[in-house]
Design a protein around this ligand. Structure first.
Ligand SMILES: [Zn+2]
Length: 327
């Protein structure tokens, strides 16, 4: 799965600009599904035909990034975050525009105290001297993704955009693994999750599933001085009981826990009062959809150095596959 993940994070897909990553996913999954559609929101909907239950599996393709709001006289770019970017993490990072232009995020003054960091004092430097020079490379409304090299330490993977290309890889793996199943499975790679679960809304309406499983990443809280938590990377996929956007459906919770037990697989349960995944949008679509959310534990979320244990992603795929067979 590591090679697949490397391919998926190599392409930018800032919210609202997911065409390129959708193409890459299309190539990777097309051999395992019967039909692929793209809707007006840019969602990639890949269908494996069947006659039993209609199952929606969803992972978001988009990643956080920046959007240019203003170019000053000296060619420095002001920007807003696309999705919940962490300004502290963003400082002195590289960003890449879709035409290949690289910029560096810097700050107006010497930062004495990181607590005082003000987003409006941050700018992107693309190495030009005037607004005219800048305009030849970048325009208002252009988006850029963070640059973060893909690195592997045995089973630990460090990269940008693991949120949620890890989930996309899990769905592709599931599609490869699932054979001889009579359910109709919709592998949905959603858009604009990071800016408000938007793609999932229209996709869930169109698919009209009997049940749904969302695969995303979540912070385990296992680093020094993190909020106390027993969750750890490498300890298995996380079944999210609750977050700010959704509560797991009781039957889905039972299904996933029983599937993990049947596999003799380590799993972790998380109750969160913040954050949210596409499960929030899918569970309340139409007349309601029994929905669950599985997360790959991921340190340093929304930074260019996100970190996962690949085994958690591999096991998440096995868990989804088992749950589908148990239906
Ligand atoms: Zn995510």
């Amino acid at each position: 799965m590591i090679e697949l993940l490397a391919k998926l994070v190599a392409v930018s897909g800032v919210s609202g600009n997911e065409e390129k990553i959708a193409q890459v996913i299309n190539e990777e999954i097309k051999a395992y599904v019967d039909e692929i559609k793209t809707d007006a929101m840019g969602n990639l909907i890949c269908i494996k035909k069947g006659t039993e239950k209609r199952i929606m599996l969803a992972a978001h393709m988009d990643e956080t990034g920046v959007i240019v709001t203003h170019i000053d006289d000296n060619g420095f770019l002001r920007f807003s975050g696309m999705g919940g970017i962490n300004h502290f993490y963003s400082l002195h990072q590289k960003v890449e525009f879709y035409n290949g232009t690289i910029g560096v995020i810097s700050y107006e003054e010497q930062v004495e105290n990181l607590k005082d960091l003000k987003p409006e004092k941050m700018y992107i430097d693309i190495g030009v001297r005037t607004r005219e020079e800048a305009r030849k490379k970048v325009g208002i409304g252009d988006v850029a993704a963070f640059v973060g090299t893909f690195a592997v330490n045995e089973n630990m993977v460090i990269s940008k955009a693991l949120d949620d290309r890890a989930g996309c890889a899990v769905l592709i793996e599931t599609a490869r693994a699932l054979k001889d199943n009579n359910n109709e499975i919709y592998y949905v790679f959603t858009t604009q999750e990071e800016v408000g679960l938007r793609g999932a809304k229209t996709a869930a309406y169109a698919v009209n599933p009997d049940l749904a499983i969302v695969v995303d990443v979540t912070n385990p809280g296992d680093t020094p001085n993190a909020k106390p938590s027993l969750l750890k990377i490498g300890n298995g996929p996380i079944i999210k009981i609750m977050d700010r956007a959704s509560i797991i459906h009781p039957e889905m919770k039972e299904l996933l826990i029983n599937s993990a037990k049947a596999l003799n697989m380590n799993y972790q349960l998380k109750v969160a009062t913040s954050g949210g995944t596409d499960a929030g949008a899918i569970s309340v679509s139409r007349e309601g959809v029994p929905t669950a959310s599985i997360a790959v534990p991921c340190r340093y979320l929304h930074s260019p150095v996100e970190m996962i244990d690949i085994n958690d992603a591999i096991n998440a795929a096995k868990l989804v596959e088992k749950a589908i067979y148990k239906l």
